[in-house]
Ligand binder design. Structure first.
Ligand code: OFO
Length: 169
């Protein structure tokens, strides 16, 4: 049976992953309506990945004899000044999620919940990959600045980077 403090921290993370999924849909909508179809496709697919993260936590909590709980999700921002602004906000958000995963891990260390510590390794690695992915995208966007041909090229590249989410395990 899962410890209640760990369960509560997992539920908190479930809320954040669900919010991430909504935030990336809001960003994808902005991109789709501003002429960046590739960035929109990429962000819609990333939203699916966040949903998969949420469900991974849901199944784990339930499988350990706990109960996953959904919470009220606040409205994400949906106005951005540029594609650079969108990806700067993605980066900011991912750093926040990384800090949150680290805090969740600290709870499991404190509670000596070795099974959850082990489970969270996947999320720790995933955050390293996500931060590096978004850093690369940000570097490219900064490099082209306001050059329209460059932006068109980046949008095409983002189109190719959209991935179908891996199955939940
Ligand atoms: Fe769930 O990894 Fe991004 O937020």
């Amino acid at each position: 049976m899962i410890n209640l403090k760990v369960q509560s921290a997992l539920n908190d993370q479930i809320k954040k992953e669900e919010f991430s999924s909504r935030l990336y849909v809001a960003m994808a909508i902005w991109c789709e309506t501003k002429g960046y179809p590739g960035a929109a496709k990429f962000l819609f697919s990333h939203s699916e990945e966040e949903r998969m993260h949420m469900l991974k936590l849901v199944h784990y909590t339930n499988d350990r004899g706990g109960k996953a709980q959904l919470a009220h999700i606040e409205q994400p921002d949906d106005e951005f000044s540029s594609l650079l602004d969108v990806f700067e906000k993605v980066m900011e958000h991912e750093k926040y999620v990384t800090a949150s995963i680290n805090s969740l891990y600290e709870v499991t260390v404190h509670e000596k919940d070795y099974t959850t510590m082990n489970f969270l390794q996947w999320f720790i690695t995933e955050q390293v990959e996500e931060e590096s992915l978004f850093n690369n995208i940000l570097d490219k966007i900064k490099l082209v600045g306001t050059d329209k041909a460059g932006m068109f090229h980046i949008d095409k590249e983002l189109d190719g980077m959209a991935v179908a989410p891996a199955p939940i395990v």
